[in-house]
Structure formats: structure tokens, C-alpha cells
Design a protein around this ligand. Sequence first.
Ligand SMILES: Cc1cc2nc3c(=O)[nH]c(=O)nc-3n(C[C@H](O)[C@H](O)[C@H](O)COP(=O)(O)O)c2cc1C
Length: 364
Amino acid sequence: MEQQPVNVMEYEAIARTRMEASAYDYYAGAAGDERTLAENRRGFDRLLLRPRVLVDVSRVDTATTLLGESLALPILLAPTAFNRLAHPDGECAVVRAAGRAGTLLVASTIASCSVEEIAAAATGPLWFQLYVYKDRELTKALVARAEAAGCRALVLTVDTPRLGRRERDVRNGFVLPPHAAIRNFADVGRATEAGWTSGSSFFDYVFRLFDASLGWEAIDWLQSITRLPVLLKGILTPEDARLAADAGVAGIVVSNHGARQLDGVAATIDALPAIVGAVDGRLPVLLDGGIRRGTDVLKALALGARAVLIGRPYLWALAADGEAGVSRALALLRDELELAMALAGRPTIASIDASLVERGPFWL
Ligand SMILES: Cc1cc2nc3c(=O)[nH]c(=O)nc-3n(C[C@H](O)[C@H](O)[C@H](O)COP(=O)(O)O)c2cc1C
């Protein structure tokens, strides 16, 4: 690569030239009119920073801890499906880059490397994202495999009883190419259907196989079959955040699935403050959706997130330059965060508080 990207957004243009058009659209796209996709970014734009000066920032430390994990930066890698659409090494390249940066990947249930393969490549902690299948035995076996592979937390995605309608995929007739197949079920003879590779759409796959009847009792069930901490990903209201805390989960992720599920929901950064208020310190609150800059991380932390996750930025970097790309994307975000902390007079994660942000004027 001649000119290296100077921010993570520049990876998208490179990825676009490297990927099949329909695979690019699958990554880039979102539900419906993609209004929430734009909102996720606009929400950050509407917030302004209030820097303090004459603070000793000769040392700036982005390190933090989260559920017992020591992280070099408060930026995790969100679960994303089918990473082999971007690069032949797929999730294995991503997990190596995450470990090198001192952070962790949440490996997706529908990854194109199996959880065992990803765990074997991991050099740091690994978490596992779970979708609950109608076939509870299949789900239970998957949880057991994630545990056996050494995953240290389960992130149950609760916003996907069905797949959102992503019109780019409908228009493209997007079907998964065999090289990016769901690897977790490739060897489960009985469940070949769960190992869907091609033919039908991903929309149909989710409709046929994911358990749309899931209720709060399923959280008890999940906690009863695992010794791992369970986080819920896809919380958007204080009501559900309170129920999650009551259910005894270890954490929640304020997420709208990168705007890929219900179009018309709020930007996650706008949903965050009320949720943080509602859980009142009972559990850590994480956030994803639209994080593209170190200053976005700073704003999310100021409003009470303990850490954030990124999705598309690392996928673009993976498509552009494999593991090295993901490493560089993480380094760019870390450097931006560190600089923003210095310029804001907040030299540690603990020193970032709500007084660091204010709402911009109404026209923003
Ligand atoms: C291509 C793609 C695939 C995704 N697959 C999953 C998945 O398998 N499980 C899940 O819980 N979330 C999935 N997500 C949502 C991400 O975990 C995350 O919520 C979202 O990407 C964050 O927004 P961002 O892309 O703006 O950073 C996916 C997102 C993208 C873009």
C-alpha cells in the first residue's frame, strides 16, 4: 500500500476497491432508509467537548479494566459475521491484531472461523457472542465449546429475533460465498442446516433458525448453563437496562447493531445517558455504533460508557490490509484517543467525566 490511511475512515474507500460489491454492501449497509446509520454518527457530532487546561498531561494512560480484563485501551472489537468476506484469514487475523493492541475480540456465533480456530490464534482474552438457536441443544453445545476454547465472557445479542431488512442485500440478492461459510457448525453433522453457506438469503437463515420466542427467562437459562459472565448486547432503553440489571447480568452493550436491525431508533450515544442513569452503577455499560474517532470514544466514556466497541472500522482495515490493517486501525484510534485525552486535560480513563461534554447548538 503506498499511502497509509491517516484515520480509520480512509480504510473504507480502500476496502471498497478490494471487496466484491455485494460483500461491501453487506458490511456497509443498514436497515431500511439507513436513517439510524447516519444518526449514529450525527449523535457524536452534536456533542461538543469542554477541555480543561493546565492539567499535567505529560503522561497519558488509556489503560482500563473491564470485568476482570486488563485492557490497554477502552476499545473492544465488536462481533461481526463472516470476516472471510474481507480477507482469507478472517477472524483469526482480527483476534491476533486485537491481542497485539492489548484489547479483545468478541467472536461472533456466525463467524467464518470456528471459535476453536479463533481461540487458537488469540494472544489475549477472547469473548464469545451468542445467538440462541431454536435448537437449544445446539445452542448449549456452542456455549460449552466457547467455554472449553477459553472464552471469558458471553455476549448475548438480544436485538435479533429476526434479521433487519437491509435493502442493499435484498437488491443484490446477497448470498454467502462458500469461502465465508459459518464455521461453527461446519462439523456438527446433525446441524448442517445451521452451517448455511449458500442458496438462501441470510434473512431466511435467521428466520428459520434463531429463536424469536426468547424472553427474560432465557437469561436465567443461559446463566444456568454457563459459568461465564453474561452480557446483553442490543439494549436501547432504560426499562430494559433495569431488567438486565435485575436479571443479574454482568454488563450491557448499548447497541443498535450498527443500525442494521430496527431503522428509526436513536443514535446509541443519545440513548446512553438515560441508560447509565437507570442502572446507577449496578453493572458496566458498554456502547457501540458509529465510533470512528478517538474523540467519539472520549464522548462515550464521558457519558458513562466503561468501554466502546467498533465494528465496521476494523472490517474495512481487514479488507484493506489483513491483520496489519486491523493493527494499524487500532493504533490510529488509540493515538487519537490519547491525544484527545491530553488536549482535554484528562490524562487517565478515570479522570473522564460528564463535565467533559455538552450538547452543541440545536442546528448541529
Ligand atoms: C458486517 C457486520 C456484521 C455483524 N455481525 C454481527 C453478529 O454476528 N453479531 C452481533 O451481535 N452483531 C453483529 N454486528 C453488529 C456489531 O457487533 C456492532 O454492533 C456494530 O457493527 C457497531 O457499529 P459500527 O459498525 O458503526 O462500529 C455486525 C455488524 C456488521 C457491520
